[in-house]
Design a protein around this ligand. Structure first.
Ligand code: 2AM
Ligand code: CA
Length: 261
């Protein structure tokens, strides 16, 4: 049944959600889920809108979304994986780096992924085996192979402050050896930028499937690589530490700078 779903249907649904649910007033209606972990009415409205449209499109496919309980998901069967707003802190602060991230996981692999920028006219998408695209144009990871020309984006795992010492020591090593570091605040956008070749690598600990599912497929289909921190395979159905890159710099960072491989 999932084979009947077309990528163009997902692009339509996501762009309609962007057009109808994003406004400043709802971005400022905020609830705190945990320390520093917020949800706005925009997150809730986008999720409700997209879940409804996906149910009409393919009623048999399960739905996993950040703003719901996902305990009953069976990953042996098809499932949508949605982050209605990735970069919620950015949305609240009006930093204009937030996206909708939607993936389809089926047959125990990612088969479609869409990352739609909420404040720029940029939609990144990929289909398994068919390449990755930005607004209709094929995208590819960068070919940079030396540290001095590498821009590396870091995620600070803000909900796990107890990991700060370990995280920032890794970031310092990368900063001292690479061109510079960036902190965008949306894992899905970081991954889309790796896929587009704007960033050479991106790493962040303890992300959830909705943060990275669509972005992982983008990077893979753009010729890059996404692994866990030790370079091992990633289970996209679980909370994970994500190390993504153009397949050269990410490996070199782990081997030559961090000595993890
Ligand atoms: P969000 O904007 O959807 O909340 C920032 O470091 C990245 O971590 C963002 O992609 C952010 O997604 C994500 N994130 C948010 N809450 C998280 C949590 N509780 N655990 C792990 N990652 C989280
Ligand atoms: Ca979110």
């Amino acid at each position: 049944m999932e084979t009947e779903v077309k990528l163009s249907d997902l692009l339509d649904i996501v762009s309609l959600a962007k057009a109808t649910c994003i406004d400043r007033e709802h971005s400022l209606k905020i609830k705190e889920k945990g320390f520093g972990n917020y949800v706005t009415e925009v997150d809730m409205n986008v999720q409700r809108f997209i879940e409804g449209k996906l149910k009409e499109l393919a009623p048999g496919i399960q739905f996993m979304g950040e703003e719901k309980n996902n305990d009953d998901i069976d990953f042996t069967k098809p499932v949508w994986i949605l982050d209605p707003v990735d970069g919620t802190s950015n949305l609240i602060h009006d930093l204009q780096n937030s996206v909708i991230s939607l993936a389809l996981y089926s047959g125990r692999e990612l088969v479609m992924g869409v990352v739609c920028h909420l404040f720029a006219d940029e939609t990144f998408y990929a289909e398994k085996g068919k390449g990755a695209f930005l607004n209709g144009q094929p995208i590819h990871v960068s070919a940079v192979d030396d540290f001095s020309r590498s821009l590396v984006s870091i995620g600070t795992s803000p909900y796990f402050k107890e990991m700060a010492k370990e995280n920032f020591s890794i970031f310092q090593t990368i900063f001292e050896n690479c061109e510079d570091i960036r902190r965008i605040g949306s894992a899905a956008l970081d991954l889309a930028y790796v896929a587009t070749g704007r960033l050479e690598a991106y790493l962040e600990k303890r992300l959830n499937p909705w943060d990275f599912a669509a972005g992982v497929l983008l990077v893979q289909e753009a010729g890059g690589c996404v692994t866990d921190y030790s370079g091992g395979p990633l289970d996209v159905t679980q909370t994970a530490d994500i190390f993504a890159g153009n397949g050269i710099i990410d490996r070199k960072i782990r081997k030559e700078l961090l000595h993890w491989e």
